[in-house]
Design a protein around this ligand. Structure first.
Ligand SMILES: O=C(CO)COP(=O)(O)O
Length: 284
């Protein structure tokens, strides 16, 4: 089963109203492969989510209208074929970077999965290493968050990854398997989960995993899914790589058979994110 390439931009705790507007302009103007080839998701800081949603939509419909007016695009209302819709649609989805592990209520500062759904968000990132290690979220808490977000109809970008000392002590797969098991203990349906392998030592360090290092872990995570969930889930689940991905290194990573996309931090705040999206073509 073909797995559609998935590119996420995790904007983390960055951005102003103005800088986000500029970034969205770049995305709206970008020529990228259609939604039949790549799924693109950006995750602004929570406070900026509605503005980014609106700007992406507004500019998308404006550019589609301009194309129609100039006769550059066929009228989608007259010709509704799937391929045409795909060609027109380079729409980018918006994701949250976190949410609470249950129903909303008296949890000051938190965002509930219901709120994200209410905003029309399709995705939430959970288990990011910054939340695991800086905010001290446990495997169990993260698994609860994922289970609840899925129950509310959100898709989840579930991050896993080992620290440098864990890699150096030969525990890379033990750590990743532990994080996978914590989730497998709480969910049975993986169809709305994208697994993001983000080795902690590669995040924000400029020290990207080599294509071989990343492929090795992705392959092992897929085998883990086959053995512990099902061969179907292993074949269908997208496993994306994150950690110092740039326009310069994404091409070689994208050609690896078990790398189904990227979760990008720093480079997703720059125009080079467009080149990373285009790496989807290398994975075909
Ligand atoms: O944490 C990441 C994406 O979630 C990766 O961050 P960098 O791309 O800045 O290394």
């Amino acid at each position: 089963m073909a797995r559609k390439f998935f590119v996420g931009g995790n904007w983390k705790c960055n951005g102003t109203v103005k800088s986000n507007e500029e970034l969205v302009k770049v995305l709206n103007a970008a020529e990228v492969p259609g939604t039949d080839v790549v799924e693109v998701v950006v995750a602004p800081a929570a406070v900026h989510i509605p503005a980014v949603q609106a700007a992406l939509r507004k500019d998308f419909s404006a550019s589609a209208k301009t194309g129609l007016a100039k006769g550059l695009l066929p009228n989608p209302l007259k010709h509704r074929s799937d391929s045409l819709q795909a060609a027109l649609r380079k729409d980018f989805s918006v994701s949250a970077q976190n949410c609470w592990q249950g129903k909303g209520g008296a949890f000051t500062g938190e965002l509930s999965a219901e709120m994200l759904k209410d905003l029309g968000l399709p995705w939430v990132i959970l288990g990011h290493s910054e939340r695991r290690h800086i905010l001290k979220e446990s495997d169990e808490m993260i698994a609860d968050k994922v289970a609840y977000a899925l129950s509310q109809g959100l898709g989840v970008i579930y991050c896993i990854g080992e620290k440098l000392e864990e890699r150096e002590s030969g525990n890379t797969m033990a750590v990743n398997a532990r994080q996978m098991k914590a989730l497998a203990d709480k969910i049975s349906d993986w169809s709305q989960v994208v697994v993001a392998y983000e080795p902690v030592w590669a995040i924000g360090t400029g020290k990207v995993a080599t294509p071989q290092q990343a492929q090795e872990v992705h392959d092992e995570v897929r085998k883990w899914l086959a053995a512990n969930v099902s061969p179907e889930a292993a074949a269908a689940t997208r496993i994306i790589y994150g950690g110092s991905v740039t326009a310069a290194n994404c091409g070689d990573l994208a050609t690896q058979p078990d790398i189904d996309g990227f979760l990008v931090g720093g480079a997703s705040l720059k125009p080079e994110f467009v080149d990373i999206i285009k790496a989807a073509e290398k994975s075909q």
